[in-house]
Design a protein around this ligand. Sequence first.
Ligand code: NAD
Ligand code: DAU
Length: 335
Amino acid sequence: MKLLVTGGAGFIGSAFVRLAVSGGHFSVLNVDKLTYAGNLENLASVAGNPRYRFLRGDCADAALLDNCFRDFAPDAVIHFAAESHVDRSILSPQPVFDSNLAGSFQMLEAARRHGIARYIHVSTDEVYGSIDPPQEADENYPLRTSSPYSASKAGSDLLALSYHTTYKLPVVVTRASNNYGPYQFPEKLIPLMISNALEDKPLPIYGDGMQVRDWLYVDDHCRAILALLEKGAAGEVYNIGGSRSLPNLTVVKQILAATGKPESLLKTVTDRPGHDRRYALSSRKIMEATGWAPQVPFEQGLAETIDWYRNNQTWVAHVKSGEYREYYERNYAGR
Ligand code: NAD
Ligand code: DAU
């Protein structure tokens, strides 16, 4: 089976490409613009594999997509490519609209022009917005977005579903919770806290730190997408949660304990504007439809992730050079 994967040089996309190519059942063409978040070092283990190809390109580029669909003739699309960070979308919203909305639109149009047997649009649980306890969002929960990022993801998620309703494109939409694991860009909570703790730098906690997220190990997310590639029904939405909800402060204190660093490194900073208080998902639908369930318990996944960052300081140093420093200054200075 031939897969056209977009955003395969990012955190989740590269985990998916490594899993798909190493499994032996798929050939992958990875189309990635290589923004600050795209990193070919994430794909070193598959770079020489004859079943893997890479093309640097923008998923909003219709002509480039025409060539990809014509030359590679994919059986399925897995559309990961996006600007994925809420804080960056607050600092400068334009890129989320260019990549997440215009990019998703051009991907859907190319698939409509050329035809496709399966199209997976990777969305997020952030489309449901903040959810009061004890509720959990199932796939029919109303969409109520808070940030430019989540609004752009909700817009593209609904656009993808409209291509099934209107054009019968075989679209499946996934809405996953917070991923963590190796190769995650250290702008997101877990890798940022691990990397700052390892360097004895302050750990910036937004507001009271009692915001709740549902943590999903990245390989569990990728296995869910493979399950939906096989068994997902066209036109359907599937939540993919880790079934492990924790307040941020609990997660960060676990990181400090595991790295042997003192809690005096915790630093309360001004809260994120429009900060969603709590995400909570029901993943019953995908579990019943495919038999998928998360396999990696949070404590195990976190310990493996901390080990990975400890043992991959060169990767961290490359990623944190240049543009990262400028972003860090813009996001955290004076907060
Ligand atoms: P990431 O930021 O690590 O990687 C995004 C990748 O997309 C990068 O390689 C980047 O170069 C590429 N990209 C961005 N714009 C592009 C464009 N216009 N054309 C081609 N490539 C482009 O993101 P991630 O955390 O791996 O997230 C991947 C997808 O999963 C996103 O759609 C995100 O919304 C979704 N998602 C992420 C999470 C999470 O916790 N990280 C949870 C649920 C859903
Ligand atoms: O829920 C899925 C979403 O999870 C994905 O769609 C997004 O792509 C992904 O970035 C993530 O969004 P969040 O905003 O939840 O993730 P982030 O890691 O940025 O923040 C997690 C929580 O930690 C959130 O409550 C904000 C808080 N936080 C984050 C950072 C970076 C801090 O307290 N301090 C920080 O420095």
